[in-house]
Design a binder for this molecule. Structure first.
Ligand code: MF3
Ligand code: CO
Length: 256
């Protein structure tokens, strides 16, 4: 069942989204050689709690941290640990905040230091694939119009999109209907309506689309060991242009 949000609920989601985006920006600023992913996770945790929120991922299905930090061939759901980030690492940070009954969810990939031109392009194409997708995040379009635009853009640049994990509706629960895949033919799935809130989150692999889960039960990695990038925002469908509820300022995109 797809929940349409009232104006009051949208206000609450704007608040949640702002804090979520600020947490992402904080994490992005910390992505530097020599910093451990655990240190980033702790800083994000303390920031969210200081804002009066709760890290939405912490203890979600038993997940042990406040962020997911996935380096290089890790696609999503990387568990922060004491390993230090190295020069050129491709670092995807995903964060969720629950506050006043509503959730925000967003992610971005940052490069530690300069990185190769290959990984810089992967990060930029992944980010842009989100914006290509949300050109169709409009009332009257259908969910798979977004999916198709993301896939087309990523594949046109020689990359693959991950199939096993998808974007999602979001609101009182972090994961609501509908599912928002990053692949597919246009013209399928639910029709978008004003008041729908969805997390659109392309996961783009430099090599093949195939992924597997490590023995920790969480970390998703590419099967071919090539790098992957992730970009996500919580988006409101309106009568006009979509509104990004996890605003972009400081998300690292400008640094590219
Ligand atoms: N951001 C992820 C998503 O969009 C959620 C992370 S999974 C968790 O589905 F278990 F860590 F919360
Ligand atoms: Co999400």
């Amino acid at each position: 069942m797809i929940v349409l949000k009232t104006a009051h609920e949208v206000d609450a989601m704007r608040r949640a989204g702002k804090i979520t985006a600020a947490a992402r920006a904080l994490a992005g600023e910390m992505v530097k050689p020599g910093v451990s992913t655990k240190a980033i996770d702790r800083a994000v945790h303390d920031f969210i709690v200081g804002q009066g929120g709760r890290p939405a991922f912490l203890r979600y299905n038993g997940y042990p941290a406040s962020t997911c930090i996935s380096i290089n061939d890790r696609v999503i759901h990387g568990i922060p640990d004491s390993v230090k980030i190295k020069e050129g690492d491709v670092v995807s940070v995903d964060v969720g905040v629950f506050i006043d009954g509503y959730n925000g969810d967003c992610a971005a990939t940052y490069i530690a230091g300069t990185g190769s031109s290959e990984v810089r392009k992967l990060v930029e194409v992944t980010r842009q694939s989100f914006f290509e997708g949300i050109k169709f995040a409009r009332a009257g379009c259908r969910v798979s119009d977004i999916s198709h635009a993301i896939q087309q853009y990523a594949e046109r640049h020689g990359y693959s999109v991950v199939r096993e994990y998808v974007g999602h509706g979001i609101g009182e629960k972090m994961h609501e209907d509908p599912e928002v895949p990053n692949y597919g033919n246009p013209g399928h799935g639910p029709r978008l309506m004003p008041g729908m809130t969805i997390a659109v989150e392309p996961m783009v692999n430099m090599g093949g689309a195939a992924v597997r889960v490590l023995d920790d039960g969480w970390t998703v990695v590419t099967k071919d060991g090539k790098p992957s990038a992730h970009y996500e925002n919580t988006v409101l469908i309106t009568a006009g242009d979509p509104e990004i509820l996890t605003p972009l300022d400081g998300d690292g995109g400008d640094a590219l």
